[in-house]
Every structure is written in structure tokens, then in C-alpha cells.
Design a protein around this ligand. Structure first.
Ligand code: SF4
Ligand code: SF4
Length: 274
């Protein structure tokens, strides 16, 4: 049995990405851990602060030991504080920043789960007191030549992460967009597949959240947001933001959060030429 080791590092975030993944319903995290998706290969979560049984020195030793061997994939959840040498977050006596740089250089690959590690997300929102940055920004600033796969969302759909890591394990071609997001999940605008699109095309707009009609005037960011939520839906395919009468807030985009605020205010459509 081949073990694919995954080190899951949590930096500045809310743990929502872990919770979303643990709530997966189509394929489940256990399927990946138990050889039920890729025969002959199991994913071994060697470090995951939310669910590992041990804590303290013991697990830091494991982390450091695996770092020495260098045979692991690094998953990063949360943005990285960089102000004042990153003193605002530490694991094992080192700042998140130091850990990410050291682990990132040695890892076989880096996957950023969620909008915080992918683009900065909410921790990077104005006034960003701790100087939070995304992993890609940090690597680029320091000329670290390591590809980062971004799986954004606040939180991301569990399928987006599980599908991405499964493709990597299978050695399948993972096509990425210009923001390093897998095209399989982020290839189309929400607006392209939205069931309310006929309302938009006819200029029939809802004036309140409970009304029928397109939610664009109520702040929907679907015309600017790439993700397959309308097709995949959430919670086992039962519902998603717009079906639940909420505008899309654009949680998979680098504009999330500052440039998508206020959430319920219309964003100018000139950007896509309409
Ligand atoms: S603006 Fe929003 S609600 Fe309206 S069609 Fe586009 S995605 Fe759907
Ligand atoms: S519909 Fe928009 S805000 Fe909702 S999960 Fe999808 S991308 Fe995020």
C-alpha cells in the first residue's frame, strides 16, 4: 500500500475549511484515507491540528521529522501574517511564516485550501493589522519557485478539495486557470449556470431577498465569480447560496473580501462588458 503523506498546516483562519471537508457527503474524506478512491494508495494525514488525537511536543516532533524526510504534500489553511516578522501566529516556537517557508520548500506540492491561504481572504481584509498574505504572494516575494494549487472558497466545497487531491494522486492532468484554480471546479462563472439567469436576461430583478427575480441589484457577485456551485450545489446537492435567496458573495475570488463589500450592493458590470 502506497502512502501519500499530507501535512495540513493551519495558519490564520477560522477552521471552516476543515469543517467543510469533514462534512463532505458525496465522496468523503474517509474514502480517501481508507483506500476506497485510489486502489493501492491511501492518504495519510500526518499532521492535522483539528482532528489529530495528540498535541504539544509529540506532534511537533512528527511534523519536524516528516519535514526532514521531505516526502509529503503540504496543505495550507488560513492566511499568513507577515507584519513584524510574522509574530502574530506561531506553531512549535516558529512563526507561521517560517513554517510555511520551510515546509513549502521541502513539500512535493502545495495545495491552498480556502480563500485565506489562496488569496488572503478575510484575514487580509482592510485594515489587515497583521499583514496577512496568501501563500503564493509569499513564495513570489521570496522567489520560491514552487507551484501552488489554489482551492478557494469561504469555505470551499469539499468536492473541490477532494477532487483536486484525487486527481493529483491519480497522476491526472490538473488544468489550472490564471489564478492557479483547477478548471474542473472553477472553470465557469456562477452567472453562466445560474437558474435565475433568464430573469437577468429579461431585466427582471428582485427588489428584496424574498422576491422572485435576478439578485444582481441586491449585490449578487455571480457575474464576477468562477465556481460550479449552481451545478454541484452544497450539502449533498440540496441547496446553494442563490437557491437559498442569498446573492453570491464571490467567495472564490481574490476580490473577496474588500472589493466585494458591501455584500448587498450592486457591483458595476462594465468589467465583463455588459
Ligand atoms: S446576477 Fe446572480 S442571481 Fe442574477 S443571474 Fe447572475 S448569478 Fe444569478
Ligand atoms: S455561490 Fe458564491 S458565495 Fe456561495 S459558495 Fe458559491 S462562490 Fe461562494
Amino acid at each position: 500500500m502506497e502512502k501519500i503523506k499530507v501535512m495540513w498546516f493551519q495558519a490564520g483562519g477560522c477552521t471552516g475549511c476543515t469543517i467543510s471537508l469533514l462534512n463532505s457527503s458525496s465522496i468523503k474524506i474517509k474514502n480517501l484515507l481508507l483506500d476506497e478512491i485510489v486502489p493501492g494508495k491511501i492518504v495519510c494525514l500526518i499532521f492535522q491540528p483539528t482532528i489529530m488525537a495528540e498535541s504539544g511536543e509529540k506532534v511537533i516532533k512528527v511534523m519536524k521529522g516528516e519535514e526532514e524526510k521531505g516526502d509529503f504534500f503540504l496543505v495550507v489553511e488560513g492566511a499568513i501574517p507577515t507584519k513584524n516578522n510574522g509574530i502574530y501566529g506561531k506553531v512549535g516556537e516558529k512563526t507561521f511564516l517560517e513554517n510555511i517557508l520551510e515546509l513549502g520548500e521541502k513539500a512535493n506540492g502545495v495545495i491552498c485550501i480556502g480563500s485565506c491561504s489562496s488569496f488572503g481572504g478575510i484575514p487580509k481584509g482592510s485594515p489587515n493589522p497583521t499583514g496577512c498574505m496568501s501563500v503564493k504572494e509569499i513564495f513570489e516575494e521570496r522567489n520560491i519557485n514552487k507551484q501552488v494549487i489554489n482551492v478557494p472558497g469561504c469555505p470551499p466545497h469539499p468536492d473541490w478539495f477532494l477532487g483536486t487531491i484525487t486527481k493529483i494522486i491519480l497522476g491526472q492532468d490538473l488544468k489550472l486557470d490564471e489564478l492557479n484554480r483547477p478548471i474542473d471546479f472553477y472553470g465557469k462563472l456562477i452567472h453562466e449556470n445560474c437558474p435565475r439567469r433568464p430573469f437577468f436576461d429579461k431585466g427582471f430583478f428582485a427588489k428584496s431577498l424574498s422576491e422572485e427575480g435576478c439578485l444582481y441589484l441586491l449585490g449578487c457577485k455571480g457575474p464576477f465569480t468562477y465556481a460550479d456551485c449552481p451545478l454541484r450545489q452544497w450539502n449533498g446537492g440540496t441547496n446553494w447560496c442563490i437557491k437559498n435567496n442569498s446573492p453570491c458573495f464571490g467567495c472564490t475570488e481574490p476580490e473577496f473580501i474588500d472589493k466585494n463589500l458591501p455584500f448587498f450592493k450592486r457591483k458595476n458590470l462594465e468589467k465583463i462588458g455588459e
